[in-house]
Design a protein around this ligand. Structure first.
Ligand SMILES: *Cc1c(COP(=O)(O)O)cnc(C)c1O
Length: 363
């Protein structure tokens, strides 16, 4: 069977060497030395001085909302994982959906601008499938309208724009280190900001609001990271270059295999912005219509290949948001399919997937 993804596990000896340290210290959580080591290593890897690890990508978003004191409406994308919207609603904000760009599948800056009202407190955009948003346009809108720009960069670890990690853009970026992401700590996430005060607020928020043993600065929650999770992150990080290189090869192989269908105009890959180097966290393709997407999906499942209809239905159809029709996003959600990709997917397996996708267009 070929799943949509498989988590990367480092050689066990590497993990155990760090566990030996944990056993020796008996320091298991509460801002331990491995968490510090991981934060330093991640900061160096992405070139961001201000970063704090938290317990998940969802908590990273929720703490970003808290740290920025967002309320009222937040203009956001309908084409993302559910957590982009649920985090806003959980924190008492009202998501207002802007449409997406047909080629990059990221939020459309013109639609963002049109969705802003006097009640808007921020823009929350997703670098969907690891492909960057139009950061220049979004940040220009943020400046012009006096609104912070938050990026849900959960899928974008390893992506760069103009040679800079995409995680360093915006007023705040959040990342997920869930087991299915390119870089992971099993469960985990991070908040990154050019503003040191924001990440210091996150440090208090993730630890019940503690500023001393008996003193608190405001409301907090438990979003801490354990030493064991940090150990996994430190191990995975040393393999990052190889993981990214293999994902690129797989994406290129799919592209070559599906080039005929692309030339015929029957399938379309996600377009990446110029100046971007993407992490190929996902391999999305758009099919000519909903029926064809369903047919390709069924053919793959019949061959024990398990793609995913990320992200379908759109977040604008969740039962806890105000429903709204969006021309591009609704069309994309009906036609998109993500093909399997992971570090140990073999060339032969990619060819098998390609053969089924092509075959489903020839009948
Ligand atoms: C994975 C993901 C999240 C949630 O991250 P968790 O670590 O699973 O909580 C949020 N947004 C996007 C776009 C994601 O892909």
């Amino acid at each position: 069977m070929i799943p949509i993804t498989r988590p990367f596990l480092p050689p066990r000896a590497e993990f155990e060497a760090l566990l030996d340290e944990v056993w020796e210290r008996r320091w298991l959580t509460n801002n331990g030395p491995l968490v510090h080591r991981l934060e330093t290593a991640l900061g160096a890897s992405i070139g961001a001085p201000h970063l704090r690890c938290v317990s998940s990508g969802t908590m990273a978003l929720q703490l970003a909302v808290r740290a920025l004191a967002l309320d009222g409406e937040v203009v956001t994308t309908p084409f993302s994982y559910v957590a982009t919207t649920s985090a806003l609603v959980w924190e008492g904000c009202t998501p207002v959906f802007a449409d997406i760009e047909a080629n990059t599948l990221t939020i459309d800056p013109a639609s963002v601008d049109a969705a802003i009202t006097p009640r808007t407190s921020a823009i929350v955009a997703t670098h969907v499938f690891g492909s960057p948003c139009d950061v220049d346009a979004l940040e220009a809108i943020g400046r012009a309208r006096g609104l912070p720009v938050v990026y849900d960069a959960a899928q974008a670890f390893g992506t760069t724009v103009g040679g800079r990690s995409v995680l360093t853009f915006g007023d705040v970026s959040t990342c997920s280190f869930h087991a299915t992401k390119v870089f992971h700590t099993i469960e985990g996430g991070a908040v990154i900001s050019p503003d040191e005060q924001i990440v210091e607020a996150v440090e208090r928020l993730r630890n019940f609001g503690h500023v001393g043993y008996t003193t608190f600065d405001g409301l907090g929650i438990n979003a801490k990271v354990s030493e064991v999770h940090a150990a996994m992150g430190l191990c995975v990080l040393t393999h990052l270059d190889r993981l990214l290189a293999r994902r690129r090869e797989i994406a290129d192989r799919y592209r070559a295999g599906l080039a005929g269908l692309v030339d015929e105009g029957r399938v379309r890959p996600q377009h990446h912005r110029s100046g971007a180097t993407v992490n190929h966290a996902y391999v999305p393709y758009l099919f000519e219509d909903h029926a064809r997407r369903e047919k390709v999906h069924a053919a793959l499942v019949a061959h024990d290949v398990h793609p995913r209809r990320y992200f379908s239905p759109g977040l604008n159809e969740l039962d806890y948001v105000k429903p709204v029709a969006l021309e591009v996003a609704d069309d994309v959600a009906a036609r998109v399919l993500c093909l399997p990709t992971y570090h140990d997917l073999t060339d032969a397996e990619v060819e098998r997937v390609v053969a089924v996708v092509v075959g489903a267009h020839r009948r």
